[in-house]
Design a binder for this molecule. Structure first.
Ligand code: 5GP
Ligand code: ZN
Length: 117
């Protein structure tokens, strides 16, 4: 069922505490933790606790939860004192998505080129 934990999902395991992560924020509906392979001084992943395969599925099935994720990106940026930052939702393998549980990358703390690669 949409939103239910998936046995084979790494981020569901992080939500369940079965895989360790450096958690920076947690709410009733979201978790934010540092990326294991950071691409910037701040590189935090914000995820819904419920499982949706990507941002589009999340927004379609649970728009209030999608809003929770977006709200948390700002909270992460505030905690790391970032005036400017980038939110990335890689969607599809061609765009670099490798974990099929919706997540927002929050990147900051260095110059960020536009357009991105
Ligand atoms: P994607 O490529 O799907 O947009 O992003 C997945 C992100 O998850 C990658 O940036 C990758 O470094 C990160 N990642 C993969 N495995 C782990 C892990 O076990 N712990 C943490 N904290 N991040 C992970
Ligand atoms: Zn999951």
């Amino acid at each position: 069922m949409a939103g239910e934990p998936q046995d084979d999902c790494l981020f569901c395991k992080i939500v369940a505490g079965q895989v360790p992560a450096t958690v920076v924020r947690e709410t009733d509906t979201t978790v934010a933790f540092r990326d294991i392979n950071p691409q910037a001084p701040t590189h935090v992943l914000v995820i819904p606790k419920a499982h949706y395969k990507d941002a589009a599925a999340l927004a379609a099935a649970a728009p209030e939860l999608a809003a929770d994720v977006l709200r948390e990106t700002q909270a992460v940026a505030d905690e790391d004192k970032l005036d400017s930052y980038r939110i990335v939702f890689n969607t599809g393998s061609g765009a670099g998505q490798t974990v099929w549980h919706a997540h927002a990358h929050v990147l900051g703390g260095r110059g960020l080129e536009w357009p991105p690669g």
